[in-house]
Design a protein around this ligand. Sequence first.
Ligand code: SAH
Length: 337
Amino acid sequence: MKKLQSLMVERGQKPFRAVQLYTWIYEKRATSFDEMSDISLRFREELKQDFCLEIPKIHTKQVSNDGTIKLLLELKDGYKVETVLMRYNYGNAVCVSSQVGCNMGCSFCSSGILGKQRNLEPEEMVGQILVINNLLKEEGKGERVSHIVVMGTGEPFDNYDNVMDFIRIVNNQKGLAIGARHITVSTCGLPDKIRKYSLEGLQTNLAISLHAPNNELRNKLMKINKAHPLEEVMEAIREYESNAGRRVTYEYLLLEGINDTKECAMELINLIKGTFGYVNLIPYNETNKNDYKRSSGNRVHAFLDILMKNGVKATIRKEFGSDIDAACGQLKAKVGD
Ligand code: SAH
């Protein structure tokens, strides 16, 4: 909002114009400047000349039996990104992509195969929410996006400033007014950015993709661990907890025979001891891009039991859209570029 306000002032307008624009775009869902009836015709023409209200185009849409919608969206320069709508009983959550491709190179993740092509601009991330809001509007049940997880393709903290702008727009009361506590950013663990995020004064949530309880294993699964080993990540998390006064969620993907053993569970308990976070166990979505296998239901539950018996709060992530290739990165991988 602040950026838009200064942009309006630069153009000889009152800062209030920014509030009007926010209301038209996000609250009233205007799709053209012509609809903005309380803005003078002359200024509307000026806006049309210099700005656009375009949102990403839907290239492919898949709807699952459980109502999950997966979209492959086409950006202005032809790049494509994935966005997913998941329907919980408490609301509509959207999984947003933050980059085209990803440079983190996690060995189990298909989003990183081509590497990062470019960062997404704040408006391209907001655009993903607006596209979903339009689909919900078409359903005519008066529903809107209520929750956001930045867990699509990309490493949000490798596109830090744009992701922060995005969060402030969707969180703004005159923007999409999505509560901070309904917004979660997920990172593979970039310590400097975790610290920076802890000082933003946001009440948003932070998830850490841990996936392994020791450096030896984590180095194999996540290239980033070689640059920022677990000690550094855990130290940054402790600082985050104390600066932001909030707890993190540890994401832990279960790969059969790799990180789902009893020993791993015990090591994980030791690793996170003294922090307040809870563990979200993620059943792995297999892809044909690697040989990792999903841990069986029994092993997932055994792992969960060990955590719980040792006083660690943990849940198993609910799965969505399994009939339409729910795996992160799979839709894009299938359709190609
Ligand atoms: N780069 C960020 C956010 C994107 S990934 C991060 O690393 O947190 C969102 C989550 O999905 C991460 O925890 C990631 O490790 C996980 N993920 C990646 N591929 C997956 C797959 N095939 N099945 C299940 N989860 C996967």
